[in-house]
Design a protein around this ligand. Structure first.
Ligand code: IMP
Length: 423
């Protein structure tokens, strides 16, 4: 058996949480492979909304197994809140959540370092979610990090002290006052919570499950344009958000990967700083933000909105090896007389379909205009019932990318989908 991968093709917030929840009935295991509590995966059903940060989005489907892979960074203080919120909903994960012993921990001092580093950057700040992601991955690659497997070893406290002392020295350099206070207390309570779950060498478990024909969906976080290597560096997150990240973040060999499902919004959004060629600063941008409720699930920040960017989408499809596309939120376009799509960039007077070294250089997006529709589509469940204008838009994207759109999401509820995502 091969594992399927589902990931975001833009700057995150494509609707991964909802789509994983929709696809979960077709899988036995859902596995998160990178990122951490910077993610905010929203799921809606029975008129209730849930936001998951570290925990895979398969948890609301009974009997499904969930893995937090080695590529994820975990903040125990946030993890405990998530688990307790799920328990209040009657979701017991004791036997259904597996955590890799090789996943790294975000320490309270990592959050302080994130805040100090962003403050020091001033106007060129990244717009981080300030969850300590960058500093935690820095300690991982710097070979200083603490891992989940360390918390059940006798020298953990000593290792924790050594690392936090190092952080305190760095924070002094930033003139940042170190005061973990209540957060550190909660962090240690969170460690106790983590110890309640199955701490495993998940790479063995995953490969064994595949060997035994168990179906696995790897759930990405953030999006391709936030990838540490291929995103709009330095305005990116600190992990590989692409398919390659799923391999390294779960211990999967390339031959073990099956379908690669790429999600994109029918328009584009970005939260935080960094270039965004198709960004709108007019009433259309405001329309998309209000109608699409485009406010960060983790930070509440208003998201920047713009038109779909095909050069960026094609780039993401190439990097990930996407085999099928999932379109979310075309319902937000309802009511626009016309809307636009960037088909190419014009750089120094020349048209190109490729992304240049830096998207911060002057880029003029070349647009194609589409006719909109006015009929509410959020209640539609059959492809044939969609307005012709949306069908044309979908066909155009498929022609431009060469990849079929197998699922269209037309609302936030888990029922609001058209198609089956080829599952
Ligand atoms: P960090 O990963 O918290 O350091 O944030 C780095 C950049 O990635 C910032 O621009 C964030 O707004 C963005 N980012 C991080 N996680 C997400 C996400 O889950 N959705 C959208 N943007 C994100």
């Amino acid at each position: 058996m091969k594992a399927d991968v589902l990931l975001g093709l833009q700057w995150g917030d494509e609707g991964k949480g909802k789509i994983v929840d929709v696809l979960t009935p077709g899988y036995e295991v859902i596995a998160r492979f990178q990122g951490g509590p910077n993610a905010g995966h929203s799921l809606e059903f029975n008129h209730r909304k849930f936001i998951l940060h570290t925990i895979p989005s398969g948890v609301f489907r009974k009997d499904k197994l969930n893995i937090i892979g080695n590529g994820v960074v975990i903040d125990p203080a946030i993890f405990i809140d998530e688990i307790q919120a799920l328990e209040r909903e009657g979701v017991d994960l004791t036997d259904r959540l597996f955590i890799s012993t090789k996943a790294h921990l975000i320490l309270p001092t990592h959050r302080m370092l994130d805040a100090a580093s962003e403050a020091a950057k001033g106007r060129s700040r990244i717009g981080s979610t300030l969850k300590g992601i960058g500093p935690a991955y820095m300690d991982k690659t710097g070979r200083n990090g603490l891992r989940v497997g360390d918390i059940i070893r006798s020298d953990f406290k000593k290792k924790y002290k050594t690392l936090t002392q190092k952080h305190a020295d760095l924070l002094k350099m930033y003139r940042y006052k170190v005061d973990p206070g209540d957060y550190e207390k909660k962090w240690f309570e969170g460690l106790d919570m983590i110890r309640r779950f199955r701490l495993v060498e998940s790479e063995y478990l995953i490969n064994q499950w595949l060997e035994n024909e168990k179906s696995i969906l790897a759930e990405g976080a953030q999006g391709t344009l936030l990838d540490i290597d291929f995103g709009t560096y330095p305005y990116v997150t600190s992990s590989n958000t692409i398919t390659a990240g799923a391999l390294a973040g779960l211990g999967l060999a390339p031959s073990r990967v099956g379908k690669i499902k790429g999600i994109f919004k029918a328009y584009c959004t970005r939260v935080g700083s960094g270039p965004f060629p198709t960004e709108l600063h007019d009433e259309d941008g405001e329309f998309l933000r209000e109608k699409g409720h485009e406010f960060g699930a983790t930070t509440g920040r208003p998201r920047r909105c713009g038109w779909l960017d095909l050069p960026a989408l094609r780039y993401a499809i190439m990097l990930n090896g996407v085999t099928e596309l999932i379109m979310t939120k075309p319902d937000v376009l309802t009511g626009l007389d016309t809307f636009r799509v960037c088909t190419h960039y014009r750089i120094n007077g020349k048209e190109t379909g490729n992304l240049p070294f830096s998207l911060e250089d002057p880029i003029e997006p070349v647009y194609k205009t589409f006719k909109g529709w006015s009929r509410d589509i959020s209640g539609i469940r059959k492809y044939d019932d969609l307005p012709e204008e949306l069908k044309n838009y979908k066909a155009f994207i498929e022609k431009e990318t060469g990849i079929p759109v197998t699922l269209i999401s037309v609302g936030s509820d888990r029922e609001a989908v058209i198609g089956n995502g080829d599952r």
